[in-house]
Design a protein around this ligand. Structure first.
Ligand SMILES: [Zn+2]
Length: 465
């Protein structure tokens, strides 16, 4: 069965013929003829029997970070890459790593097939210090990044003058821009005016719709204190004026500003215990990441010191308004993508993107639309809608073979699968069986077993088996 990624219904059965790294042909079959063994089917040198399975375009992680350390401790990159592939991710839009050059090198090695990794799209980070904060310095930096060969730029925390210069130069250089739209001098109106490719997360959207222009912060609030910042972020959506908000969303639609909300990365704020005790942590949480997740003001996103039921209640309301805004944005013609932002706030690479998909369903989207967000919509945000994100002849052979129907239950996409009751007994099924990237098949369960080995070996070394 094929789910194309274009928002169209599932159909099948079909045989998908891959030649080199492209989808050469999709042969639609007559199910009766298949059952009777008289269907005319293509012959290939290598075949994957996907009888009873669902085939989707490889998932695109629209907001990922390549991380080889957490909190100063090393973490193997193959741990992360294998988790991504095992979760059906064939492309990652990398939106900021301490070393842009390292990510460019990984992109090259992935392209050559030298390393088991999703495709990497490099969006170099341009933020506050150490980047120089003048318009001219921003233009120079954009040109330098263009020469390095990046695919785009991710901005965070810069003022309006610098943002204006940066966007202008990026457009000239043909670079896309992802904006981590925080509560800062700029808000979504600047993205609309300057032509940002995508708004990451969300803050700048409700912030642009506050009647008095500024959120009602308590006097002692300090933006650089993460407990303050995340606590009061939970009270931001309620302050947005509903009518003004619709104007902002319409503005984004009119200027093709896409939205990658990363709903998953804030989930701990509305349900801390759930976030801290995810079942896959038992076997797949690297001790370096485990340590990083512990509440600690030194580590970004590890702000859960004195987190209260009141905070969670505000955040639950925050999610309701946020999710309504997302479905409103989509209904008005807005482009929504999916990204995980894992490696922070209890989100584990790969698993986090599947959780993001579930949250898009919770926001009101039909699973067919959710799959579209994670495939062809993300391809569009990357500017690669002509060869990525679809099960379509001539497109790159990035496909996943899933044990189960994700349109019935998105949880079948989790690498660890699901349990169902068959004949009174619990039976394990689900998971991405094969992740095919650039025509190369990777076996999901084998990758997952390798990740388990990496984690267990690291735990031995760390002295906590
Ligand atoms: Zn991020």
């Amino acid at each position: 069965m094929v789910v194309d990624g274009a928002g169209t219904p599932a159909s099948g059965p079909a045989d998908i013929l891959i030649r080199g790294n492209r989808i050469a042909e999709i042969v639609w079959l007559d199910p009766v003829a298949v059952a009777e063994g008289r269907a005319r089917r293509p012959v290939a040198a290598t075949e994957i029997d996907a009888t009873g399975k669902y085939v989707l375009p490889g998932l695109i992680n629209g907001h990922g970070h390549v991380q080889d350390e957490r909190g100063g401790r090393p973490q193997p990159v193959d741990y992360e890459r294998k988790l991504w592939l095992a979760s059906g991710i064939t492309s990652v839009r990398e939106v900021g790593s301490p070393s842009t050059q390292k990510v460019i090198d990984l992109r090259e090695r992935s392209e050559k097939g030298e390393v088991a990794s999703p495709r990497i799209f490099v969006y170099a980070r341009f933020g506050a210090s150490p980047e120089p904060q003048t318009a001219e310095a921003a233009r120079l930096r954009v040109r330098e990044l263009k020469r390095m060969g990046v695919d785009g730029i991710k901005t965070v925390g810069i003022d309006r003058d610098v943002m204006t210069a940066l966007l202008g130069e990026a457009h000239k250089a043909g670079l896309r821009v992802a904006h981590h739209a925080g509560v800062e001098e700029t808000n979504a109106w600047d993205d609309i005016r300057l032509g940002t490719t995508s708004i990451e997360h969300w803050y700048g959207i409700p912030d642009a719709a506050i009647a008095d222009g500024v959120q009602n912060f308590p006097p002692a609030y300090n933006y650089n204190n993460e407990v303050d910042r995340f606590r009061y972020a939970g009270r931001l959506w309620r302050e947005a004026d509903p009518a003004k908000l619709l104007t902002v969303l319409d503005g984004m639609v009119a200027k093709n500003v896409a939205w990658v909300p990363t709903l998953d990365i804030y989930e701990a704020s509305r349900d801390l215990l759930r976030a801290q005790r995810q079942p896959w942590f038992d076997d797949y949480l690297h001790p370096t990441l485990e340590e990083y997740f512990r509440p600690n003001p030194r580590n970004h996103g590890s702000y859960f010191l004195g987190w209260t039921s009141t905070d969670e209640t505000f955040w639950k309301e925050n999610y309701r308004i946020w999710m309504n805004a997302l479905s409103e944005f989509s209904r008005r013609g807005g482009l929504i993508g999916t990204g995980e932002d894992a490696g922070f706030i209890y989100q584990l690479y790969g698993f986090a993107l599947i959780r993001e998909l579930e949250l898009h369903q919770e926001a009101g989207f039909n699973p067919i639309k959710v799959i579209q967000h994670a495939t062809s919509n993300n391809a569009k945000i990357l500017g690669r809608e002509s060869d990525l994100g679809r099960v379509k002849t001539g497109y790159l052979a990035d496909l996943i073979v899933v044990d189960g129907n994700p349109l019935e239950n998105l949880k079948v996409l989790y690498p660890t699968g699901v349990e169902t009751i068959v004949g009174g007994k619990a039976v394990k099924s689900g998971g991405v069986q094969w992740t095919i990237k650039d025509g190369i098949p990777y076996n999901g369960p084998a990758l997952l077993a390798e990740v388990k080995e990496i984690v267990w070996a690291a735990r031995q070394t760390a002295g906590k088996p």
